[in-house]
Ligand binder design. Structure first.
Ligand code: SPV
Ligand code: MN
Length: 623
């Protein structure tokens, strides 16, 4: 029997569909409703009743459960579905096209066939939720419209917290065919989690601006508007001369009530969210930014309006702002935390006494529990998260919805690096910054992706996993972007994870509050700096003053010297590592990159000859 959209949608939902007056949209919906064959279709028009309907469905369907304080729920993903599935996240590229060995892809026709096979009847017996969103503020030069089709009320609910509603905007699209499309099915469930992980696929079609995601629930794989839309937007931006970046956006408060805006790129789990939320500063976004040149300056917006943040180590001392929100009634979806016997969410590093039992992503949990592979199961997964609307944060910058965004004065690149880079440095200029801070970014791996932890990985601009065209072209676009404005932002690098020989961290988590203040002063030309081979570093006296002012701490010169010692052998090794990648793995590396690397190597070798391998910052005199 032929399936018809009208058999699946009641009058109310059909009316919401027709009101959009968009044939392209209707055709798309029809195609996937017929293919996936759900019993019912719900189209959300962003009204409070429709949003409430989705919230309730997440509970009724068993994907979320009420816990803790009013408004809080918990969601669990399959034990083996706890991070982005990098291996099965593939671009669908026409024959003969490839983006190089760092960007995974499969042949388009073959991939489309495979995914459409998987999608066939996948929603049988279930309800599908359709939602429309706007990436970036609505009615702004940054706005991109998007549609999500999902049979997971958890995904549709998460997106409600994370994205701006787009139903109304959708009625007035300039080009009615120009929107991003996301089709997701969690597939067959067992105990409310995706069962068929062997058929977990995330396939991205850049030609049709469509992403398909199946047999997974983990947010990074399923929340289409997040990393999947980011990949489409990176490609779109490259064709339209703007940038999509894996970046926080924040306002930093300087002397005399002035405000200076920064963006910052950090690989997953390297301190991006906690930087964005620093007490005393103002958050705009913690994960994804669009950057455009408007009236001769670089401006940026938060693509999202909520946070899907890592909860591990969130405690009242290091993350007071988010701690407060998580402990106040209000809407939060916790995922893959432990729920103790009092129905309270608990997680690794929450600063409280370890519970003796509870329910977590592995089911009933107790200390010492092991998984099938004999691996100890921690009380919560390291990639456990909270999802909430950003307006829950007391320090949200009031301009976060401004259609023109905010001007960018500084860009920060930060990785997880135990032994090479100093905690804080400023590049010599835009080109040096993009190449040596952005394009040379690497990070020791964490639990945000599936696989081993603690391995050093190349991750230019913290964007390697999301690039949707070639690396060389992406670097060129970044270099050109800054050259198109008269005063490009200053570029900084930070490293919160430097360790001493005994493996202890040289900085506390709070120190970043000082680093950000120094960067603000540099942008405004209020402090001098010391020239080293890799860039400018702070003077001791300025940091000492800032530590006193911001953290009420006495910052000792020995600490400064240990932290800011220039580690020449490690820096040279890193240059070699990078040169090798850019020579062997990237076929379109711009020549300027090799030139800048070579100049840096020569500067390092020159000081090595004169001063040795490990050089105290006090030995550099040049200001
Ligand atoms: C990240 O891992 O960078 C995240 C979470 O922000 S995810 O949605 O999984 O990408
Ligand atoms: Mn991220």
């Amino acid at each position: 029997m032929e399936i018809n959209l009208k058999d699946k949608m009641d009058e109310k939902n059909l009316k919401k569909l027709v009101s959009l007056r968009n044939n392209h949209f209707e055709k798309f919906i029809e195609k996937y409703v017929i293919l996936c064959n759900p019993d019912r279709v719900f189209l959300c028009d962003d009204s409070p009743e429709d949003v409430q309907y989705i919230r309730e469905k997440a509970i009724v369907n068993g994907e979320e459960r009420k816990i803790g304080l009013e408004g809080q729920t918990v969601h669990f993903d399959n034990y083996y579905d706890q991070g982005r599935d990098v291996k099965n996240t593939l671009y669908l590229l026409p024959e003969g096209v490839n983006f190089g060995p760092h960007i995974e892809a499969t042949e388009r026709e073959k991939g489309l066939k495979e995914i459409h096979e998987i999608l066939k009847n996948i929603m049988k017996g279930r309800e599908v939720y359709i939602r429309l969103f706007c990436l970036g503020p609505v009615n702004s030069p940054f706005s991109i419209s998007a549609v999500q089709i999902t049979d997971s009320a958890y995904v549709a609910h998460s997106e409600d917290l994370l994205y701006r509603g787009g139903y109304e905007q959708f009625k007035n699209l300039k080009n009615p065919a120009d929107f991003f499309k996301f089709v997701h099915s969690e597939g067959e469930l067992e105990n409310s989690v995706s069962k068929n992980l062997d058929k977990r696929r995330i396939y991205m079609d850049l030609i049709d601006n469509t992403v398909y995601s199946t047999n997974t629930q983990y947010g990074g794989n399923t929340i289409g508007l997040k990393k999947l839309a980011m990949r489409l937007a990176i490609n779109k931006a490259s064709k339209e001369d703007w940038l999509t970046e894996h970046m926080l956006v924040m306002g930093v408060n300087g002397p005399d009530k002035r405000k200076t805006y920064f963006t910052g790129a950090f690989p997953s789990a390297c301190g991006k969210t906690s930087t964005a939320m620093l007490p005393g500063e103002n958050i705009i976004g913690d994960d994804i930014a669009y950057l455009r040149i408007i009236d001769g300056e670089i401006r940026t917006v938060n693509v999202e309006k909520g946070i899907f943040g890592i909860i591990k180590d969130v405690n009242p001392i290091d993350d007071p702002l988010i701690w407060e929100v998580l402990n106040t009634p209000g809407e939060v979806i916790f995922s893959n935390v432990l729920i103790d016997k009092n129905n309270i969410p608990r997680w690794q590093g929450d600063g409280r006494e370890m519970p003796s039992a509870g329910i977590n992503h592995s089911g009933e949990w107790f200390p010492g529990k092991k998984d099938k592979e004999g691996k100890a199961i921690p009380l919560s997964h390291s990639n456990a998260r909270y999802t909430l609307s950003i307006d829950r944060l007391g320090n949200l910058d009031q301009v976060y919805n401004d259609p023109r965004g905010v001007p960018v004065s500084g860009i920060i690149y930060g990785g997880r690096d135990s032994d090479t880079s100093v905690p804080l440095q400023q590049s010599f200029d835009w080109e040096h910054g993009i190449i040596t801070k952005g394009a040379m970014l690497e990070s020791e791996t964490t639990s945000a992706t599936i696989g081993a932890e603690g391995v050093r990985k190349f991750n230019l601009m913290s964007n390697i996993e999301f690039l949707s065209y070639t690396i060389g072209e992406y670097i060129k676009n970044n270099l050109n972007f800054g050259k198109r404005v008269k005063n490009p932002p200053l570029i900084f690098s930070v490293n919160y994870f430097l360790k001493n020989k005994d493996g202890n961290y040289l900085n506390t988590m709070e120190d970043k509050r000082v680093w950000i203040k120094w960067m603000e002063l540099r942008v405004r030309g209020d402090v001098k700096a010391i020239k080293t081979p890799g860039g400018y570093i702070p003077e001791y006296k300025d940091l000492k003053e800032l530590f006193k002012e911001v953290l009420h701490k006495d910052y000792k010169e020995e600490e400064y010297i240990e932290q800011f010692t220039i580690r020449v052998p490690q820096l040279l090794t890193k240059l070699d590592r990078m040169e090798k990648i850019y020579k062997l793995d990237v076929s379109d590396t711009p020549d300027i990159l090799f030139q800048v690397l070579e100049e840096e190597r020569e500067r390092l070798k020159a000081v090595q000859r004169e001063k040795g391998d490990y050089i105290s910052p006090v030995e550099f005199k040049e200001r």
